[in-house]
Design a protein around this ligand. Structure first.
Ligand code: FAD
Length: 376
């Protein structure tokens, strides 16, 4: 009998790490990604100490720190007056706080997968749990089987749809504008461009940080109310004019960032209500497939990566043959935390005032005692 196989659908921020952690633990894993190839999407991302602890396990923590900006404070400022609303220390949680280019991060994550196990151009078309194994077909006409399948396929997950039926995600009524700015363009201003700062207005905000260790690339992402998302695409182009209209009379730093913007895109922010199940039979989900959220805590990908680590831990505990127990253990040990983060992130209040973020950043998925009581 051959070795039992795990298939992962999606090589996003959660799927790639899940594949790597499972391979490092001795499992036989293939990852199937719909994108034809890897692309460096124009966006930044925060990776907190809770995630860096997990990156240690796949040998990339040091590399990620070396390419990232490592702010020592998260600053919250009034978007108009500039007054400081909070200064949250980002050190002292057991690892480094990084802000980095999303594409650079994903490239490093994918590099940790064994050669030949990441398959691009594989858009999952159908999936059938036969009771003995799982059969998958892809839109390119190929097929594959595995003993268990992890759906790390994001907010529009095919695995979620298979288990729970088709349902569009909820449009939150907000959009996020994203722009990367060449830091050279900011040198002409007599203004301070801080490492990691969230500018808060009464109903909107702009989060700003560097995405490289050289600090040559500055990034902003907004949250702005927007009645309806009328487009079919994942994002649309925005403009300096639209940004000025969205932030009228805001602080000179914000004005300068908008004036320095070359290209800016606009993304709808979607979420879902908590799902009734995270797994069924041989299929299990992680990350945005099972608990998408508005991104205002900068912890959505972090939750996907923590899920990946806990799922690996549970599978190591039980072995693949007892996947049913592993999946229950996984959900019992992840649901409360992921739901809490989802609620706080959707509320968009995190770090607005001086608070202790240890419950988020100090968390170590490997140090948590495994709760077994509700998994029986
Ligand atoms: P994804 O990263 O969405 O990956 C899903 C993958 O599955 C994709 O590669 C997709 O191509 C693939 N896929 C989908 N369907 C199929 C299919 N049928 N077959 C094969 N492959 C498929 N989180 C943070 O932690 N920090 C931040 O700073 C942060 N900032 C954010 C800013 C914005 C504006 C937004 C919108 C989100 C932000 N997030 C942040 C949240 C974060 O992006 C998501 O939570 C995270 O990407 C979820 O990871 P995932 O692996 O579950 O899904």
């Amino acid at each position: 009998m051959g070795k039992q196989k795990i298939a992962i659908i999606g090589a996003g921020l959660g799927g790639a790490v899940a594949g790597s952690l499972l391979q490092h633990s001795g499992f036989d894993v293939d990852v199937y990604e719909q994108a034809p190839t890897f692309s460096r999407l124009g966006a930044g991302i925060h990776m907190g100490p809770n995630v860096l602890k997990i990156f240690e396990r796949i040998g990339v923590a040091e590399k990620i720190v070396s390419i990232s900006s490592t702010p020592t404070f998260w600053l919250s400022r009034d978007g108009i007056s500039g007054e400081y609303l909070s200064r949250i220390p980002l050190e002292g949680y057991g690892h480094t706080y990084c802000t980095v280019h999303r594409g650079d991060l994903q490239a490093l994550q994918c590099d940790t997968l064994k050669d030949g196990t990441l398959h691009f151009g594989k858009k999952l078309a159908t999936i059938e749990d036969t009771g003995i194994d799982v059969h998958m077909t892809f839109e390119d006409g190929t097929s594959a089987s595995a003993d268990i399948v992890i759906g790390a396929d994001g907010i529009n997950s095919k695995i979620r749809e298979t288990l729970l039926g088709f349902e569009k995600p909820n449009y939150s009524g907000w959009v996020g504008h994203r722009a990367l700015i060449n830091a050279e363009r900011l040198k002409k201003y007599d203004l301070e461009f801080e490492d990691c700062v969230k500018w808060w207005g009464p109903d909107r905000h702009m989060m700003v940080y560097f995405t490289t260790s050289r600090k040559d690339e500055y990034y902003y992402v907004t949250g702005v109310p927007h009645d309806a998302w009328e487009f079919e695409t994942a994002f649309v182009d925005s403009s300096r004019e639209e940004m000025h209209a969205a932030f009228p009379g805001y602080h000179p730093v914000i004005e300068a960032l908008i004036d320095s913007t070359e290209t800016v895109t606009k993304w709808p922010l979607f979420n879902r209500n908590p799902l009734p199940i995270w797994s069924q039979g041989r299929l299990v989900m992680l990350g945005d497939a099972c608990h998408p959220m508005k991104p205002h805590m900068a912890q959505g990908a972090a939750m996907a990566i923590e899920d990946a680590a806990m799922l690996t831990r549970c599978l190591l505990e039980t072995g693949i043959s007892d996947y049913a127990t592993a999946f229950k253990l996984y959900e019992v040990n992840r649901r409360d935390r992921a739901t809490r983060v989802q609620v706080v992130s959707n509320a968009n209040t995190f770090l607005l005032t001086q608070e202790d973020p240890s419950w988020v950043y100090g968390y170590d998925v490997y140090a948590e005692p495994l709760r077994t009581e509700d998994a029986a």
